[in-house]
Ligand binder design. Structure first.
Ligand SMILES: O=C(O)CCC(=O)C(=O)O
Ligand SMILES: [Fe+2]
Length: 361
């Protein structure tokens, strides 16, 4: 089954040998297992510490929210996780602050950055500690530790804004608008909170197939149809036609609903797509990402200040990556003029820079 050419990856000849080697290994099931085994051994001590901290959290909180691995998702009801009201109020401020900049951002964003862009950046996260607090609550960390086998890292805190696509509806969706599996690890937990009402398909809802059905689907689809080198996807993107052929549309779950609706989703085990926002509509969602410390394939992550939390606490563990980066390294202030210039590609090719960063595991 033909799949569309990956428009957000580098042409093969521009990719370095090491990166190609990494992808050649990573793309096969055995290679992925080998990389995973290597990471697990390298971080044996850290994993033990995180597993113990996770057990302590689970015991202390009673782990009120759990994710069934066969489903790979869990809706979260209001009040089930602490700090979420404060998070939503805070995100409203983020969108409001960004609103005057949106026309410029939309006009200047190239390629896949036009699908959805982050309105926060590292500085935005730092100015809004309530977002970090909600992501490192004992209850959410217990849930993630239960699902991932230890206290994970909070690698992303973002407010994703997806503008209406000018030529929508169309059949040429690209990147994460096409069905795919995220590739950092074989499990992860993403927290999604709707910041705008998502009523129907015109609002580009996140759409996914539960984990068990996704396993079956990938068996039929084949793992990596074109395997864009440099992509963060472990499998996909698959064309709509190929998915339609083997998936019962009734099995797909869509994140429609009112502002405030919240979902925990394992984007590594569920086939998913989103942000197919039609002209004249818009979608804003909060997204927080929890991934294992020893993840297999590194992608850009936020710099988040761990110093508000006691050393050795589960919270501080969740905010200390194995390879720290400078603040604003991956996510500079998205509203600043200079980052618009960078996105526009004056002087450097930001797609190339980002693809290199994404693959520098
Ligand atoms: O924009 C969306 O709804 C989907 C994004 C996505 O693929 C992801 O967050 O992993
Ligand atoms: Fe994804």
């Amino acid at each position: 089954m033909a799949n569309p050419a990956p428009k957000d990856a580098l042409p093969d000849h521009e990719v370095g040998l090491l990166t190609r080697l990494h992808f050649a290994v990573y793309a096969s099931e055995l290679g992925f297992r080998l990389l995973k085994g290597h990471r697990k051994l390298s971080y044996l001590g850290a994993r033990r510490e995180r597993a113990a901290a996770g057990r302590e959290l689970i015991e202390r909180t009673g782990c009120p929210v759990t994710i069934d691995p066969e489903l790979g998702y869990r809706w979260v009801e209001p009040g089930e996780l602490p700090g979420m009201d404060a998070l939503i109020r805070s995100c409203d401020g983020v969108v409001e602050e960004a609103r005057p900049h949106l026309p410029r951002l939309k006009a200047e964003a190239p390629g896949r950055y036009r699908i959805a862009f982050d309105l926060l950046g590292d500085d935005g996260v730092d100015r809004r500690p309530e977002l970090v607090d909600a992501m490192v609550s004992d209850e959410l960390l217990a849930c993630a530790a239960d699902y991932l086998g230890g206290v994970p890292l909070v690698r992303r805190i973002a407010v994703g804004y997806s503008p209406g696509q000018e030529d929508s509806p169309r059949s040429s969706w690209v990147g994460s608008q096409l069905f795919h599996f995220d590739g950092e690890d074989d499990r992860q937990v993403k927290v999604f909170v709707l910041l705008t009402d998502v009523e129907d398909e015109r609002d580009g809802p996140l759409t996914f197939l539960p984990a068990r059905a996704s396993r079956e689907a990938v068996r039929k689809l084949g793992k990596r149809p074109l395997g864009p080198i440099g992509s963060y996807m472990r499998a996909g993107p698959y064309s709509d036609e190929s998915v339609r052929e083997i998936v019962d549309p009734g099995d797909l779950v869509t994140m429609t609903g009112k502002r405030g609706r919240m979902l925990l989703l394992d984007t590594s085990t569920t086939l998913h797509q989103g942000s197919r926002v039609h002209r004249g509509r818009e979608r804003a969602v909060f997204m927080g990402v929890l991934q294992r410390f020893e993840l297999v394939h590194e992608t850009p992550f936020n710099w988040i200040d761990p110093s508000r939390f006691p050393e050795g606490s589960a919270q501080s563990l969740a905010l200390m990556p194995p390879r720290p980066v400078m603040r604003n390294y991956y996510f500079p202030d998205p509203l600043a003029e200079y980052s618009a210039t960078v996105r526009r590609g004056v002087g450097i090719d930001i797609d190339q820079v980002n693809a290199k960063r994404a693959t520098a595991a």
